[in-house]
Design a protein around this ligand. Sequence first.
Ligand code: ADP
Length: 278
Amino acid sequence: MPRETQFILSGAEFSYPGSSGKVLSGIDLEIRAGEWVALLGSNGSGKTTLLKILSALLVPTQGSSFISGSSQDDAACGRKAPCAMVFQNPEDQIVASTLEEEVAFGPENLGCPAEEIRRRVTHSLEACGLSGMEKQLVSSLSGGQKQRLALAGALAMQPAAILLDEALSMLDPQSRRAFTEIIASEHAKGRTIVQVTHRIEEIRLAERMLLLKDGKIEFDMPREDFFRMRSEDLAAFGLELPPFEKLCEILRIRGLLPESCAADIGAVETYIYDAFGK
Ligand code: ADP
């Protein structure tokens, strides 16, 4: 069954007030419900601005944007949240003193009844590994816990889409894995994920890659094609291959791995087993 459209941008351009240059131009983009999309590119290429347009925090200065208002959840609230954003620095979005108040903020604004708010606070804190900490002060949390709290606040809105703006960049490797697992489980439930990053390690689970350069989408490709890109081509987008993908590239250049074999641990293992096993 074809998936419903979540976002459409047509001929979208954006300039910040008081600035003459265009930060985004010629953006034609359709994202369907349930996709996991990575937005990649060098600093200043326009990733955050594009994400803010998808979240309706900004409106294109030219062209049009459509954001579907529906959610897969049967929300027990007055309004549904089309999307919720998690920023790089949790301090930029945390507004309350205790964890409970913080997570309740979104559903309260959606008009949820008290019982539903309590249910969502408990469930979202639990999903983010913060259960039992409802009454604790936000100020007592570590940086990684604050980032998971920001995610819990986003989940409590039960949005159709979760938009992540470098949301993993301040986390240690263990917290990054935990955070990615939560995102993966939300994606498995049908939520759309749009993830801004400049670290390839963070987007191994993304299905579709958009590569931005100077405010334009230069490439829009499935994961398999992206992981066949060469280091020198990725460098133009401020991206560096992680060690495993770099090793696959070296093996391919030396003729030890076929071009057709994706930089995927399962595919490489199968190839090695078939070629050298038994
Ligand atoms: P990225 O997320 O890829 O680093 P951004 O969307 O943050 O890119 O920024 C794109 C361009 O817009 C940059 O040149 C940046 O300096 C500029 N920019 C970002 N925010 C503002 C703002 N509030 N006012 C003016 N210019 C801005």
